[in-house]
Design a protein around this ligand. Structure first.
Ligand code: BGC
Length: 754
């Protein structure tokens, strides 16, 4: 299809109208020109295709589909291949249903445990988020179905979500909130991007030219279309000018008419509309020209796939006395409503109408398992009769497994959590059961961290996250040892909410929310503050054990234009086959001017090893692994110095490390004036060259009275050194006691500046 020629044939009205949805879920058709409508649907962990009664909050029913684990869970897999396989399956279902674009993945950073949509998001870490999202996108798009990576950008709370401004400095955006988009845009080329509801530094994302054009297209090379989140458009004309191509769902023609008027009155260039139409149409035809409605959609097979995926995502947080795995002949009590009816997905636009669900109780049929309901999932306060029944069941069994987690009302799109606690009835139940049976295990279903006041009283904890409709199958296989747990936490579990770095500012004030913790999000903060946490980022146990050794680098010194290979040997030294997410972190070591985290994830690889097997895992580090965003240069910049590379199985279990010296090749342009201080000028080779010959003289001019005077006794050498270093150039005049020739300082400055 010659898209440019097609757009040339469109009238102004047709162009304006193509730039908004035909209905809730379709792009517009233009019958005169034979342009077809295409369908988009949520997303992301399954297909939410609505036939009638459309809504964007998952209120009305959609067609029956398969609910895969949500991103909170799949992120815990640390497994790119797994995300790609899930993407392929979802892509197949889209082809089968004629859906051109699936609305996801959602890659916003989990800034606080409170965000209502955390369950849809991957991680507190941008690198993990970006790499896993890219893998998912490659999977979906391998089926010639597009994705809409969302919500661009800095949409990290639900509170006041359609009006609040996320006020974030550029370095923090570049290092924390952008890479989840940047990596997939560059590596997986998503067909579309969805802009977020919020404002970014005061400007709505839907009309932000810096965001949608300068960064997204010009810097990162995005070439698909940008659509609005549902109802995110404020000023449609400003939006088109900024690079927002498609307004969703539709404005009933109101905004289309505004676009026509703006072009007629010379307030909007028609070429901007042409561009938007070209981008929309190129994706419309990319889908329709090779649509494959005959693609089979085997839901039963996908149900099993979803169980396999869930299995790879479960994180064994604690396993005292090696209580898990359980023996199949063990007398086990399953306790808690979630054993029967698991919470396996979150509420809102991602809500899938599962064609079936398998809970743990059903999956354990045939085993020696009893059941007590324990609590009412819809209630907060405890029911004594239910607890008494649970205690009796726990006493009669060798092992008690409590299924706990957040009920729907605690965690959903549309609003944030108010605290980090489980419902009171569940905490009380766990306490009571742990008192009745020393072998108590807790299985958790939640989309982000919860406090665990009972952690010291239970032997084992398995974090199952929101594991999709087949989560029960996976849980039982892990509990009874048919599968070896291999998930790792994609986020830190703090001990309490107030430990979280965004705690003081999260949610913000009516006018906006300031991201004052800057780049210190998640483990970047807890590590620097040397804080105890409940479970660290990257943590995850196994039924086997892994040993790390021999971390070697391809060089001990590089320039930032080189790449560095880091190789580490990992060995399964335990009794059974298993998988581990090998993690690689980079940090700056001592010194340096840039304030930065101690370590940051820069590589990960999920490795499967038989008992006794060892393997070398190789990571390649490039400039970005060492760089920070330099606000003066507005570019990535590596500070020359020593860097530490560490590897292991969690951010706080890094048994091997190595050092490398990295020389930065790009330096911020320097300009000095009378207020520049000696320390900074001397750190610059050109400045040092100009100043050095004069230093003895200047030092004497600035030195205190003669030796032995009371003034000089009060001054330590550290102090006089500091006085010198922090002295501005103009200090020569103030403290030099006069006698400087006219023009001396101006000449000196000229020399220093070259
Ligand atoms: C959500 C999006 C979703 C859209 C369509 C919005 O409310 O923020 O994530 O894709 O609705 O359902």
């Amino acid at each position: 299809m010659d898209i440019k020629a097609l757009v040339l044939r469109m009238t102004l009205e047709e162009k304006a109208s193509l730039c908004s949805g035909g209905d809730f879920w379709h792009t517009k058709a233009v019958e005169r020109l034979g342009i077809p409508a295409t369908m988009v649907s949520d997303g992301p962990h399954g297909l939410r295709k609505q036939d009638q009664q459309a809504d964007h909050l998952g209120v009305n029913e959609s067609i029956k589909a398969v609910c895969f684990p949500a991103a909170c869970a799949t992120a815990a897999s640390f497994d790119r291949d797994l995300l790609a396989r899930m993407g392929q399956a979802i892509g197949d279902s889209c082809q089968h249903e004629g859906v051109s674009v699936v609305l996801g993945p959602a890659v916003n950073i989990k800034r606080s445990p409170l965000c209502g949509r955390n369950f849809e998001y991957f991680s507190e870490d941008p690198y993990l988020t970006g790499k896993l999202a890219a893998a998912y996108i490659r999977g979906v798009q391998s089926r010639n179905v597009g994705v809409s990576i969302k919500h661009f950008a800095a949409n990290n709370q639900e509170h006041r979500r359609m009006s609040s401004s996320s006020d974030v400095d550029e370095r923090t955006l570049r290092e924390i909130y952008f890479p989840g988009f940047e990596i997939p845009v560059k590596e997986a080329r998503p067909w579309t991007v969805m802009c977020s509801y919020n404002r970014l530094n005061g400007v709505f994302a839907s009309e932000n030219p810096w965001l949608l054009t300068d960064v997204l297209r010009k810097e990162w090379g995005f070439d698909g279309y940008v659509m609005s989140d549902w109802g995110a458009v404020s000023d449609r004309v400003a939006g088109v000018a900024a690079g927002l191509d498609l307004e969703m769902p539709a404005s009933g023609g109101v905004n289309d008419r505004k676009l026509v008027a703006a072009v007629r009155e010379g307030r909007l260039e028609e070429s901007k509309l042409d561009e938007a139409c070209e981008r929309i149409l190129s994706i419309v035809y990319r889908f329709t020209e090779s649509a494959r409605p005959d693609t089979p959609w085997d839901m039963e097979a996908q149900h099993l796939l979803s169980a396999q995926i869930a299995e790879e995502c479960m994180v064994l947080l604690k396993n005292g006395d090696g209580l898990l795995p359980l023996d199949k002949s063990d007398a086990v009590a399953f306790i808690g409503e979630f054993a029967e009816r698991p919470r396996y997905q979150g509420g809102g636009s991602s809500h899938i109408n599962s064609f079936k669900t398998t809970g743990a109780l059903e999956a354990a049929r045939g085993l020696n398992v009893t059941y007590a309901r324990g609590y009412d999932a819809a209630a907060d306060s405890a029911d004594d009769a239910l607890i008494a029944e649970a205690v009796a069941a726990a006493k009669a069994a060798r092992v008690a497994v409590v299924f706990a987690g957040l009920p729907d009302s605690y965690e959903s799109e549309g609003y944030d959590r108010r605290h980090m606690r489980l419902p009171e009835c569940q905490n009380r139940l766990i306490d009571a059961v742990a008192g009745a049976n020393a072998n108590t295990v807790v299985v958790l279903h939640n989309g982000s961290p919860v406090q665990m006041p009972w952690i010291g009283r239970v032997k084992a904890v398995l974090e199952a996250y929101l594991g999709g409709q087949a989560v029960g199958l996976a849980t039982v296989r892990v509990l009874f040892g048919d599968a070896n747990p291999c998930g790792h936490l994609p986020e830190t579990f703090p001990k309490k909410l107030s430990d979280n770095p965004s705690y003081l500012f999260y949610g913000g004030e009516p006018r906006g929310t300031e991201y004052r913790e800057g780049v210190f999000v998640g483990y970047r903060y807890y590590d620097k503050k040397e804080m105890d946490v409940l479970f660290p980022f990257g943590h995850g146990l196994s039924y086997t054990r892994f040993e790390f050794s021999n971390l070697r680098l391809s060089a001990d010194a590089i320039r930032d234009t080189d790449t560095l290979a880091a190789t580490v040997t990992v060995k399964n030294v335990g009794p059974r086959p298993g998988k581990v997410a090998v993690q690689l972190y980079v940090g700056r070591g001592e010194g340096g001017d840039v304030i930065r985290p101690l370590r940051e994830l820069k590589g990960f690889e999920k490795v499967a090893l038989d008992s006794g097997e060892a393997r070398d895992v190789v990571f390649t580090l490039d400039k970005r692994a060492f760089a920070t965003w330099n606000t003066d240069m507005r570019d990535w910049c590596v500070e020359s110095g020593d860097y530490t590379v560490e590897a292991g199985a969690s951010s706080r279990d890094l048994p091997v490390s190595a050092a490398v010296r990295v020389e930065g090749t790009v330096h911020p342009p320097r300009h000095y004036d009378m207020n520049s201080i000696f320390m900074d000028i001397m750190a610059d080779p050109r400045g040092r060259e100009a100043l050095e010959p004069l230093m003895a003289k200047i030092g004497a001019m600035l030195a205190p009275e003669e030796e032995g005077s009371s003034a000089s006794e009060a001054i330590t050498s550290d102090m006089s050194m500091a006085m010198m270093q922090y002295m501005p150039l103009r200090g020569i005049v103030s403290f030099g006691g006069g006698g400087l020739p006219d023009g001396f300082l101006d000449e000196l400055l000229e020399k220093i500046n070259g």
